[in-house]
Design a protein around this ligand. Structure first.
Ligand SMILES: [Zn+2]
Length: 446
């Protein structure tokens, strides 16, 4: 779209534009993966409406500058609907305006910068479940669940878990970023989406909706979408090539929560379960990508596994410090609620943060795991009472990844030089390589 400004304008001067538009929004072919408007019915036959547009961009339903590297600083949203419907959307509700003709306009305002694909519209005869929560930042913020009347009791039950999830993230990563507006969850016909301050929830109160039917003891779909308030909405990839910062980080939070609830063994089986999927994609390529191009399973599962292996490499203290610094690089940002806390991020930003937190040089780790499609191969060969280990990487890239080996009752971490390492063990011992399952690799075969 080109706009003729009629006469010369000085740089830095604000120009106000009004764009009038209208039309019939496209129905979503398969929300949320193929977006648009979803027109659905509640069990009792009332209308319920929802939007999704992560893959296509928000320009499928309103005029906007459709690139992830730019965000509106704030937004007013006005929806006129039949008066028996309740509108739930991003930001804060300023007022409702009944028109006396059976319709009502909802006036909403988003006070923080927002990824445009996160702007959403949901309407149904919702009931509200509400509370206020105390943040680790010292202030309080509203928490609201917009639930279908038929599911009210289930909603009340999930609401207390929603608050547990919020507490977990606040302790791990720092304050919930959009306290100036609210934390909202809305029941939707589609599975889920990370719509800022109004998370779309369509898991039907089934803990296994996102995990192939496995119940890990919590609602993984809600937990995942809430992760995006930090990984995606607070810290946003400035190009979709870095989308693993949203989805890989977001996916790693569920095994961390499983570990918090049930211990290290459950964490490890959650990680093993994720390892079944393909990992052959350069999940942080150097060339620019659209969200449709990069959106494939490895940005989730390989991304989560890269973080798992990074945790092993740099250790608990440095790893969790780096996670928190990636969310909030400076503690002074944790108390900001005017939008100054949000920022754009790249994979290299995370590299810098990890190097600072660990005091280690980690370029080799990022290069092999994130920039290459193929995984490193670990070759191990037993010869009498010796085991020989060596790494093979795409293009022979350096990969000084230490490997743990269990020899009898002892587990030791060995540095592997480029030419490989030979370890001698006692008779009767059966060596186990990487016994705790920390490393992301393929088993090397000749
Ligand atoms: Zn996600």
């Amino acid at each position: 779209m080109w706009i003729d400004l009629h006469h010369t304008r000085q740089p830095g001067k604000l120009v106000q534009l009004t764009v009038e538009y209208g039309g019939k929004p496209r129905p979503a072919p398969m929300a949320p993966w193929s977006g648009g408007f979803s027109w659905a019915k509640t069990p009792s036959g009332a209308h319920r409406i929802a939007t999704t547009c992560q893959g296509e961009g928000a320009d499928i339903w309103w005029p906007c500058k459709d690139h992830v590297s730019d965000e509106p600083r704030n937004m007013g949203l006005h929806f006129r609907v039949p008066s028996d419907l309740v509108v739930a959307t991003n930001g804060q509700l300023l007022k409702t305006e009944p028109h006396g003709d059976g319709t009502t306009t909802y006036h909403w305002y988003i006070s923080n910068p927002i990824n445009i694909y996160n702007v959403s519209f949901n309407a149904a005869p919702y009931r509200l479940i509400e509370d206020r929560m105390a943040s680790v930042a010292g202030d309080t913020f509203p928490v609201v669940f917009y639930v279908l009347p038929e599911d009210y009791d289930k909603g009340v039950e999930l609401f207390s878990e929603i608050k547990d999830h919020l507490r977990f993230y606040e302790e791990l990563l720092g304050p919930y970023p959009f306290r100036a507006d609210k934390y909202g969850v809305v029941q939707t016909p589609h599975l889920g989406m990370e719509h800022q301050s109004i998370i779309a929830y369509g898991a039907k109160f089934n803990n296994g909706s996102m995990t192939g039917g496995i119940d890990w003891g919590f609602d993984a779909l809600h937990h995942h979408e809430l992760a995006h308030e930090w990984w995606g909405n607070l810290a946003t990839n400035s190009d979709w090539r870095d989308m693993w910062l949203h989805e890989g980080f977001g996916s790693y939070m569920q095994p961390l929560y499983a570990e918090r609830l049930k211990g290290r063994e459950v964490y490890k089986s959650y990680m093993r379960n994720m390892r079944r999927f393909s990992n052959t994609l350069a999940i942080a390529p150097r060339e620019s990508m659209t969200s449709k191009e990069i959106y494939r399973a490895p940005i989730y599962v390989k991304g989560a596994w890269v973080l798992h292996s990074l945790r092993y490499l740099i250790g608990e203290e440095a790893f969790f410090k780096a996670l928190r610094r990636m969310a909030y690089p400076d503690p002074s940002l944790e108390v900001q609620t005017d939008g100054g806390q949000t920022r754009f991020v790249t994979t290299d930003d995370f590299l810098t943060i990890c190097e600072e937190a660990s005091g280690q040089s980690l370029d080799w780790f990022f290069e092999v795991y994130l920039r290459q499609p193929a995984l490193p191969e670990l070759f191990s060969r037993i010869d009498g009472n010796k085991i020989h280990l060596h790494w093979k990487t795409p293009n022979n890239l350096p990969f000084p990844m230490p490997v743990e080996v269990e020899l009898g009752k002892e587990v030791k971490r060995y540095d592997i030089p480029p030419e490989g390492l030979t370890i001698t063990f006692e008779k009767g011992v059966k060596p186990v390589v990487d016994p705790e399952g920390w490393l992301l690799y393929e088993i090397g075969r000749k």
